[in-house]
Design a protein around this ligand. Sequence first.
Ligand code: PBG
Length: 310
Amino acid sequence: MVAENILTPADFILPLFVCEGRGKINAIESMPGVYRYSVDQLAPIVEEASSLGISAYAIFPQVDSADKTPDARESYNPDNLICRSIRAIRASHPEVGVICDAALDPFNSDGHDGLLVDGHVINDETVEILCRQSVVQAEAGCHVIAPSDMMDGRVGAIRRELDAAGFEGVRIMSYAAKYASAFYGPFRDAIGSSGALKGDKNSYQMDPANSDEALRETGQDIEEGADMVMVKPGLPYIDIVTRVKQTYGVPTFAYQVSGEYAMLKAAANNGWLDNDKVVLESLMAFKRAGADGILTYLAIEACRLLEARG
Ligand code: PBG
């Protein structure tokens, strides 16, 4: 009765990695317990998760390297891996919500979220491609577009393009305060962008030293039409979650990223931490901080733990 916060399956968004092929469920070495699923294997995993109460899924593609180019044109191919995945989930589980990134890194042969020209990521040309990518994803049935690229002005541009294409109802969850973080390492392994990544993402992702800047970035995205905002990574930036929620009062999400998952699992698998306890404690921290929802690779596991606890 005196607990101020409570965790429920409705708090979780499950990130899912998808890959080409059939019948594939491939392990990701740096994320023990997380897999890449071929499109035909999505229905069973969504079935398992949704039976536990998880109602939203964020899909991330590991695109074949042959389809990665410097102009990232596969990102707006209406039949690309991400669009096929969206259609598969919408067909098998029409009741769940589907969220997809707008960013070029899965499709870009140099691993950047935007177009790399002469060693620089160029903003405005990237935004044009992000708009095309967002529209094909919406056409495939995506409910929420999540720009994770951190280009300037992309939320407003994507909003206008979605509206013009008749997708007024498709929402935007912006990665509003996304830091240039080493905690994304395992994710980049998972989508196969780490090997190729030239340089770092410091020219568009945020400096971990900054906090006021997170509010300016978030304010700008809200102004441009973001329906929901996200802070990323999660626990190392939990102070930002609280500041954003308290300042703007909009639906605020946190992404417990791949490196946070890897860190927790590495310690738990070594017997250094009590897995079940730290899973729930780490997630409760987000609720306490003010998050309305959490993107977490622990979602299924956490639902089972909550269920067992009754
Ligand atoms: C791509 C993107 C990244 C993540 C989500 N979308 C990685 C990056 O910016 O390099 C990271 C998620 C995670 O680490 O779990 N724009």
